[in-house]
Design a binder for this molecule. Sequence first.
Ligand code: 5AD
Ligand code: FES
Length: 344
Amino acid sequence: MDSLETILSLTDADGLKSLYRQAYAEKLRYIGPHVSVRGLIESGNVCAKDCYYCGIRKSNPKVRRYQLSEDDIVRLAEAAKSFGYASVVIQSGEIESESHTQMIVRVLKRLAALDLGVTLSLGEQEADVYKRWREAGATRYLLRIETANEKLYSRLHPADHSWRRRVECLRTLRKLDYQVGTGVMCALPGETVRDLADAIRFFRDEDVDMIGMGPYIPHPDAPLDGVLPLTRAERLAWGLKMIAATRLTLPKVNIAAATALQALADDGREQGILAGANVIMPNVTDVEYRADYQLYAGKPCLNENAGLCRSCLDRRLAAIGEKILYGERGDSLRYFERCKNAQR
Ligand code: 5AD
Ligand code: FES
């Protein structure tokens, strides 16, 4: 295989097509023509963080803040289950508070009766909080490092946001026996091809199970400077290249076709699958809250309810010869491999 830097520097249409084809062949070889789904529950947009690129950062006064109740979250998980989604992701802004921690514990205990795979994406927390959530039934955790370059991270965040703490959180999660997911954004201002290649090496070295990456998409109320003058197609190509290069390096991990891809092209998620991704996270949040959870401009499916999203997804995946694995949790092959090695 060419070096990651060479792959990620490709720009010509034929070269890119052949890259995506190779990565998709690798996905077919290890995973088959199947896509795993997780119902995405955006449980709240209250956030203590102030990332310069994000639409729901705490300093954006235009956001109408919401927090779903315990009952609402359980109801949405039940709805996800009724659609045949055997896993859910509970995602929110980052809050470190005892009352929120306890509310999530209660939700997790109630979800145990539904026999779902439960992924949390609730940001940086103390080890004890991760431990309590793990004991209450969460099995997977997603926490993006945003970029593998610590210096670039410090330019994208206020001084009290720490890249090292995020990395430490990932290591804590692994020790607590979570399946761990991370990821970065691509096409960030100031980011180099080397940074993106380093991100893939970071995923490999940390031996993560799941990866979620997407192109950075400017948000009108976020203050990030120096935004690159890229077209939507160019931003999308960065996301697809990263998926393909990651699949070629780590054939057995779960890679999500992030919603940000769909914000850049109607069929962006399908393009993600055809570049090597194998997971899609259809939104099951009630339509009334979707517009309040906009990390970037142009979030898709703001007005489609979960039922519409499901039939749309079926149709779209069938069109590319892929099938959704309904009723299956869809743990990563890398995770099973690691469990086997641990038993030896
Ligand atoms: N464009 C793309 N992705 C974004 N995120 C936040 N803001 C943006 C943006 N403007 C991503 C971050 C975060 C995840 C929840 O959403 O990577 O970890
Ligand atoms: Fe950090 Fe939203 S404030 S990603």
